[in-house]
Design a protein around this ligand. Structure first.
Ligand SMILES: [Fe+2]
Length: 387
């Protein structure tokens, strides 16, 4: 959503069909209940509860409510595809991927063999999407929900593997097989006891041993799967192996771990650390990189971890940062820039503990600088409406 679509309006100016994203109550901002104005009563309720101003999103409002959507302005610009289009496409792809993964999870649970072809089509679409506009996907990924973790983790690992593989100049066919492997990498978890799989907290040593079995199950499932490439198999079966031979399920060591296997170890841990789950806070990418580096060289391939950090970037698009003036922004555009000077979409001030006007800040043209990357869960407000 472009920033110019968010407009501050006095309550008497509200019309049916407008979409409210935030309200201003006695100087305090609240975005807990965004939604459309469906009746005149909704407007009255706002007025009688002491609300003077609200923020309205023109893009999500109905066409007849009198607001001009900034997409009409944007249409004049030759920039293609826009972030909105990219994000829409990424959202559709994510939904399609979820449906497909959900289907294969339940079919495998019922004992059916995995059919590889639909995943290859999905992998093709993922590669197209990364080639076209990797940033759009990064923003969608920053918005993922806390539930459906396994589903979203699998899809995210696939996207990260394609992004990483592209950065390493791998061939298109390799990218495709990496994506298929990423989608299927935790397939063995469908046979793990649900109580352990969904436990809201740290696993006991016994539970962890049980969880490790997902890789034994994966070996059994993949043994019955035909048409799955060696690359996809490496991703599925090596993502818990360690270079020093202390990983599982096979305790592979050093050169036994292929490039694809090593990549999957890094990507799997990174995604788990940066995801929000009901029992744990998401880490900022920078904090996750520190942990990845601490796992080298015994567990992870050090050279490859450095490449991964360069690939993702210390402040990736879609992540949150705090500026030197206390404002919080979403990293919005980093194309053709060095890592420290992206374009930010700022919406909140931690110094004043309040929302600010939504502003795009180009750090190449500003005296401000990024103080630190922050995790969404450490912020007292929800950044979601500003994506
Ligand atoms: Fe796993």
């Amino acid at each position: 959503m472009g920033d110019t679509n968010i407009i501050k309006l006095a309550v008497p100016k509200l019309r049916l069909g407008m979409f409210i994203t935030a309200i201003d109550k006695a100087g305090k901002l609240n975005i807990s209940k965004p939604g459309q104005i469906k009746s005149h009563d909704d407007i009255k309720k706002l007025a009688t509860s002491g609300i003077n101003h609200v923020w309205v999103d023109a893009a999500r409002s109905t066409d007849n409510c009198g607001l001009i959507k900034s997409t009409s302005l944007r249409a004049i610009k030759p920039k293609k595809p826009t972030r909105e289009q990219g994000q829409e496409k990424a959202k559709r792809l994510m939904a399609e991927a979820k449906g497909l993964v959900q289907k294969v999870l339940s079919e495998t649970f019922e004992g059916k063999a995995i059919e590889v072809a639909p995943f290859e089509d999905l992998a093709d679409n993922m590669i197209e999407s990364v080639m076209l506009d990797a940033d759009a996907f990064k923003c969608i990924s920053a918005l993922r929900s806390k539930d459906a973790y396994l589903l979203e983790h699998s899809i995210n690992v696939a996207f990260l593997l394609v992004t990483f593989g592209k950065y390493l100049n791998l061939q298109r066919e390799e990218l495709k097989q990496l994506a298929v492997g990423g989608i299927l990498h935790d397939i063995g978890k469908i046979k793990v006891d649900n109580k352990v799989l969904h436990k809201p907290g740290k696993l006991t040593p016994e539970e962890f041993e049980h969880m490790k079995l997902h890789q034994v199950y994966a070996q059994q499932i993949l043994a019955e799967t035909s048409g799955l490439s060696k690359i996809s198999r490496d991703v599925c079966l090596m993502h818990h192996e360690k270079l020093d031979g202390k990983g599982y399920p096979n305790g592979l060591e050093g050169d036994e771990l292929t490039l694809y296997g090593r990549m999957s170890c890094i990507v799997d841990i990174f995604d788990a650390l940066t995801a929000t789950r009901c029992y744990k806070e998401a880490m900022s990418p920078a904090a996750a990189f520190k942990i990845l580096l601490s796992l080298t060289p015994f567990h992870l391939d050090q050279k490859l971890v450095y490449e991964f950090i360069r690939c993702v970037g210390i402040y990736p698009v879609g992540s949150l940062v705090q500026l030197s003036d206390g404002r919080i922004g979403i990293v919005w555009d980093a194309k053709g820039r060095d890592a420290l000077h992206p374009i930010l979409k700022c919406f909140y001030s931690v110094k004043h503990k309040r929302y600010t006007e939504v502003t795009m800040i180009d750090l190449l043209k500003s005296d401000l600088n990024i103080e630190r990357g922050i995790s969404p869960s450490s912020l007292e407000v929800d950044p979601t409406p500003f994506y």
